[in-house]
Write a protein that binds this ligand. Structure first.
Ligand SMILES: C[S@@+](CC[C@H](N)C(=O)[O-])C[C@H]1O[C@@H](n2cnc3c(N)ncnc32)[C@H](O)[C@@H]1O
Length: 125
């Protein structure tokens, strides 16, 4: 299905898990937050949202090539996201998405694993 995460009404669908690759640094911040909110609504309890791509940590890039790539992105819409900035909106989505794991991947990429909380207010970290 074609999906613009920023669209008001997503097509009716169910999902056991959601995976998105190389999108968080391309879509706008508002769209990133929208994806987190919709994923939290869509996923079953303990369901997983996995996000692959490059990220910043405490304002630092993980490599020179990542910093150079980030500088080439179409601001203000696109930019490398700080993992710390993803945690907050993810958790504040009613039944929060909690950052469960952050895996290093080749080519200075990561996979962030967010899991839907088993109950409102639950927290892993
Ligand atoms: C760098 S490409 C990644 C493509 C592929 N996932 C990959 O990993 O090779 C970024 C993708 O983000 C998609 N994208 C950007 N904004 C979007 C939005 N608001 N809703 C859905 N997809 C979006 C673009 O259509 C594009 O396919």
């Amino acid at each position: 299905m074609a999906l613009d995460v920023g669209q008001r009404d997503w097509p009716a669908c169910t999902a056991d898990a959601i995976f998105s690759a190389n999108t968080f640094h391309i879509m706008s911040w508002a769209e990133v937050v929208m994806l987190l909110q919709r994923a939290a609504q869509l996923l079953p309890t303990a369901g997983v949202l996995a996000i692959y791509g490059p990220f910043q940590y405490a304002g630092q890039h993980t490599s020179v090539s990542n910093r150079q790539f980030d500088l080439m992105l179409q601001r203000p819409r696109s930019a490398f996201r700080h993992t710390g900035c993803i945690r907050g909106p993810a958790r504040r989505t009613g039944r929060g998405l909690l950052l469960e794991a952050d895996h290093a991947m080749p080519a200075n990429n990561r996979v962030l694993v967010l899991r839907k909380a088993v109950r409102p207010g639950a927290c892993l970290r």
